[in-house]
Design a protein around this ligand. Structure first.
Ligand code: TK8
Length: 359
């Protein structure tokens, strides 16, 4: 089997050669699991599936999406092929979901936060400090409760298959080190202007922390920071690194304030054009890609933070007391949103977390 993305990574690495130090573009990543399962030899039609992504070619998401394509193509003797368009080049998460509805794009893998426009309950993932460990977070992603939320896309023109990891979100900014909510609010200096995802719970979080929150599509964040329109943003270390945010952000804080996943989804129009045998393959491949992506994202996380430090970002680690100060400050977010998201749903998720922690 060939791994086309390895070529991409090699080329990306080569462009870094020059007078500046040569940094690795990815950690040592696990090879994708071997492609297994029956190969469909019957000609059930040929389709090219276009997948739009917000993130860059070095991201875990891109690498796993190439694997998704390899699975489909190997198991259909090349009749299903997948073209991946990274870097928000086809649009941002909200736009790409609309394109799925109209059928002008086949697939995308957005964050849950902008997807709450379609399934409001997905906002449970926007609640800060809900998923305290990665183990608990992944147990939640694989749970019937969370998978049940994907069924709620029914009737929207979108089919949702599985969660991928985005990861724990961390704060970066270009103004000052942040150790506490007071450093965000500024007290006698101005509060930080922080880009948030386009989602009302995210907005509440950053209001509660004393920032001037500015919702914005992901694809605009780099240039907004470069131009000084915003002071900072928050994303997992892997995204911060693979999007080169360290070029315009001197300070990072390991806040781990929220864990919002991605959802792999397809236009219902595309789905309806596929033979049921191919539909089943798409479902299986989405599952396998999700598992591989979660593994890659895990391998990336601390490595990406250390790389950011090596490249000059000042990263502030926070101890339990410091994290508790952030947690206290965002309590109003629960008071405001829990009733609307659903107390029962939140309790079910918290139960899964507890079970995982007691194991
Ligand atoms: C990429 C986005 C991104 C998300 C954000 O399309 O918007 O900050 O974390 O990864 O989904």
């Amino acid at each position: 089997m060939h791994h086309p993305w390895k070529l991409t990574l090699a080329v990306a690495g080569a462009t870094l050669l020059g007078s500046s130090p040569v940094y690795a573009t990815t950690p040592n990543l696990s090879d994708p699991p071997p492609i297994e399962g029956e190969v469909v030899t019957e000609d059930l039609g040929s389709h090219t599936i276009r997948v739009g992504l917000g993130l860059a070619e070095t991201s875990p998401l891109y690498i796993s999406t190439r694997y998704f394509g390899d699975i489909l193509s190997e198991r259909t003797e090349g009749r299903l092929t997948v073209n991946v368009f990274p870097n928000s080049q086809l649009g941002d998460d909200a736009q790409m979901m609309e394109m799925l509805q109209t059928g002008s794009l086949d697939m995308t893998i957005p964050s849950t936060s902008p997807a709450t426009t379609y399934v409001q309950e997905l906002a449970v993932f926007d609640l800060p400090f809900l998923l305290p460990t990665r183990e608990a977070a992944i147990a939640v992603l694989e749970s019937d409760v969370a998978l049940g939320l994907l069924d709620k896309f029914e009737g929207t023109g979108i089919k949702a298959f599985a969660y991928h990891e985005n990861g724990y979100r961390q704060l970066t900014n270009s103004v000052r080190p942040v150790e506490s909510p007071d450093d965000i609010a500024g007290l006698d200096v101005s509060g930080l202007t922080i880009r948030t995802m386009e989602n009302p719970v995210q907005l509440s979080i950053w209001e509660a922390l004393g920032a001037n929150p500015t919702p914005m599509a992901f694809g605009e964040v780099f240039s907004a920071m470069e131009q000084g329109v915003i002071d900072g943003q928050e994303n997992p270390w892997s995204t911060i690194l693979t999007s080169n945010f360290h070029e315009v952000q001197d300070y990072g804080s390991e806040t781990r304030h929220v864990y919002t996943p991605f959802i792999i989804m397809m236009s219902e129009r595309t789905w309806d054009r596929l033979d049921p045998v191919y539909q089943e393959l798409v479902r299986e491949a989405a599952q396998e890609a999700a598992a591989y992506e979660i593994q890659l994202a895990t391998e990336y996380d601390d490595w990406a933070r250390d790389q950011l430090e090596e490249r000059g970002m000042q990263v502030t680690r926070l101890d339990d007391d410091q994290i508790a100060a952030f947690q206290d400050a965002v309590q109003p977010v629960y008071d405001q949103w829990a009733p609307r998201i659903g107390e029962d749903l939140i309790a079910e998720i918290q139960q899964i977390v507890e079970d995982t922690m007691n194991d």
